[in-house]
Design a protein around this ligand. Sequence first.
Ligand code: SF4
Length: 284
Amino acid sequence: KDFRNNVKPNWCPGCGDFSVQAAIQRAAANVGLEPDNLAVISGIGCSGRISGYINAYGLHGIHGRSLPIAQGVKMANRDLTVIASGGDGDGYAIGMSHTIHAIRRNIDITYIVMDNQIYGLTKGQTSPRSEMGFKTKSTPQGSIETSLNVMEMALTAGATFVAQSFSTDLKDLTAIIEAGINHKGFSLINVFSPCVTYNKVNTYDWFKENLTKLADIEGYDPHNRMQAMQTLMQHNGLVTGIIYQDTEKPSYQDLVKGYSETPLVHADLNLDEEKFNKLVAEFM
Ligand code: SF4
């Protein structure tokens, strides 16, 4: 079960995305997957390259569209574990509508967002996750927009698995990705993954000083949605761990009428009229 391939990542030395790559590889092995059981679908951005760095099925898609592709892959072949991945610009700006609808659809895939609060690939512009006042080439006088609190948004949209981690915390990050893969529904994992080249504010040291582990909050219950929301608001979203999980809500696949026991990719496509009519009837 070796999820490493021989492609050398061309991320900058020190980029947080290296740890995310390692955590996905470890988590996939730990849950017992083989490379041909896993598909990693990514968007555009530095982090979008990740699908080429993991020994599994992979597709480096188009900007903001990793989720539509990933959902299509899962619907065509339920036997695959599907991970979608990308950056905060990819998933929370151009791809935001897909993120919200995948959340409320609760389709059984894991979405890992490498959140560095900036656009790295295009050399450092303000992203939806940049703090107000953040100075970049696109906001030389400081951003006048508020940062999107994605975890609060996910809870509001009806997410059944919401978690956050920090890329240096490889052990915790791996465990969270394992939990996300094992979750029967859509799991959103936001990973603080510093851009060492363009973001000189939200650095490794900054996160170490500002993040609170949910495990250190006495009595924190990840099944309590109200407590999850209150905790996020109290800590301005800067918490790590499994923030919320609902194991009761059925996944999209559970509810699709006529969703065949046989994955579409294995279906007999040489249909005679009788078989064709039977297949169509399943969806009526
Ligand atoms: Fe990572 Fe930033 Fe370099 Fe992109 S520009 S590879 S996000 S450090």
